[in-house]
Each structure stands twice: as structure tokens, then as C-alpha cells.
Write a protein that binds this ligand. Sequence first.
Ligand code: SF4
Length: 392
Amino acid sequence: MTPVTETLVGSNVEELCATASTLRDQGKGRIVSFSPKVFIPLTRLCRDFCSYCTYRQDPDDGPLYMTPEAILQVARTGQERGCREALFVLGERPEQRYPEAGIWLRERGYDSSLHYLHDMCELILKETELYPHSNPGTMTGRELLALKEVNVSMGLMLESISPRLLEAGGPHEHAPSKHPRLRLRTLRQAGELKIPMTTGLLIGIGETAGEREKALRAIGDLHREYHHIQEVIIQNFRAKPETLMAAASEPAVSEMLETTAMARIVLGKEMNIQVPPNLSMHNGDGSYLVYLDAGINDWGGISPVTIDYVNPEAPWPHLERMRRQMMERGFQLRARFPIYPEYIVDSGDYLPVELKRRLKSEADAQGFIDKTGNYFGNGGVEERGRKYGEHP
Ligand code: SF4
């Protein structure tokens, strides 16, 4: 990946998109992937308060943590529907704010939420066909190393490179873990430990276009050094009722197109670039397809079983309709594991040996899901696709 030196902000958006699409075609062809997943909200407690968040809850709002039984039930239901990803999401170190969280953990022999997460990932690997992908917030090297053994990849959104957003009145004023320095440090440590990472930007929370480009370049610098950024998500902020940012403006489609195309250009033809389709559905059926013209090659996790707990108001697209609409535009939809194909088929050591062996035995020659879930690879759409297309 050669660094792009010239500034992209201010360029014509159509031209950016044309360049980005050409790069995507060169690096990824016309295959656009998704990950069939179940969403496991391990805990909705969180030490932090982000002004746009509806995921976090207080201890009185619901169960403190999902139990192993509840986790397995969701995972097995997902497995029955063809899912291969167990997406674990949790707030940032809740036990540091809520004594009851610490007591719940200690009563079960855990000293932290991350310790509990580790064992639940292990449980998934032992008892199901799913592969864990965890998003636990900022982590130390020791914590990353422990979780690497039971995850095929992990995620930490950079969100923004701007420390301004932590100032008084900013969306991260009460979320110290959102400081870009801390998040970049976790991403760097993951690189040192050869952990494939998902990261990305949250667009429209007060950052400038220049800061978006700077953030993409920071991600690119890390990837050039460690080759561990498996995907970059360009996610649009959605204003949600009953949050401090309920009345804030959402980013325009043109801003999303500009940033997505910049991501492709800055991060290169081999990077996996994702825009979550369910966050664009409010613009009309199939409106997310516009991001195919900005160089994306992935739609992220889509679930036939669980809602998007971070954006509960945003339903997943219907897969079979998505597949047809993409085909009309000359794209093929493929199912992938929560680790991207290149990390499965290459000879690198970004995965624990046993996990890589297991993935290789299940993936096709390109590294996509094949033998156990041939959704759209070689004509397997009818059975799986119909089954998968029925959303709750
Ligand atoms: S976005 Fe994440 S860190 Fe921020 S309040 Fe919600 S759960 Fe906590």
C-alpha cells in the first residue's frame, strides 16, 4: 500500500468515487461480502457516556450480563440459520463504574468483563460452529493477547481522530475511552500482536472532513506497519430519540460518499471497506447500494436472528433482495467469516494455529464460506438464501 500524498478533501466527489470504484475493481473484483452473524450484547453497562449512544444501560434497566445459557441459546439459533459469526459487544469496563457488575463477575470467578468475555468466546468455539469477533473497547496488550486465542478477529472503531470531541459539550465529553490516542494505542498493540482488527470512522459527530482524512491516514499508517487492519467501516451517525444528540444533523449522503471513496483511495485497493447497509435504509429500499459506487467491498454483519442492538431502529436488509439488486449492478454477494478471506488463505500467522486450521477446512479456495454455508457462491442461494431471507 503506497501512501497517497495529495490531500483529497475538496476534490470532486464524483471523481473520487470513480477512482475509488476502479481501485476496488482492481483489488477485489466485483465480489462484495457480508458476514452472517448473531449479535451478542454481553453487557450493556458501560463506564462511559457517549452523547449519541442508546446501547448503554444502567444496572436497573435490565440484566447485568448475559448468562452462558442465554449466549449459547442465541448462538445455536444462529447456527441453525446458517450464521458463522458470534459478534460480542460490550460497554467499556462497566465494573469500574458499577459495583454490582464487579460483584456479579466475582461471584462467578471473574475479575473483569474481559475475563468473562474470554470464557464466553471459548464456550462458543467449543459448543458451536460460530467464530467469535469481539468489540470490547480499549484494551491493554495483555488483554488483547488473551482474547486473541479465542477470537478470529476483534474490533475497535477509531470513530474520530479529533480530541476536540472530548471537550465540554462534545459527544465524547464523558467518554474518556474515546480519546483517539488511546484507541490508536490499542490498534497499534493489536498490530504488534498480529491480531486482525476491524476499525472505522463514525461520520457526522462533529469532526471536519479534514479530520476524517487524517483519521484514515492514521489507520493506513498502522496497517502499513503491521498489515493487521482487516476492514475499515465508514459508519454514518444516526440521531436517536432520548439522546443528547437527538436534534443533531445526520451526515449527508454526499459526505458519506466522499469519506468512503477517500477511504478506498487512502487505504488502497486491497483494503476491505464497509458501509453498514441498515443505517441507510431510511433513505428508501436499496438506497445503500449507492456505496458500491464509492468503492466498498463489504456490507458487514447481517443477522437473520438478532437485531442490531447498537442501532435497534435499523432493520437488516433482506438478503435475497440485496443479492438481486447487486447482481443487476454487476456485483456478486458472498458470505464470509468474521475474519477476511485473505487472512485464511495466506501463509501469515495472524490466527491461532488451531483456529486457522478449522477455518481453512471450512472455507473455499478463496477463503469465503463455502462448504458449510454456500449462500451465494456457486448457486447455493435457493435453499440457504430463502431460509436466510426470512427476517424476524
Ligand atoms: S458508544 Fe460504547 S463507549 Fe460510548 S456509551 Fe455507548 S457503549 Fe459506552
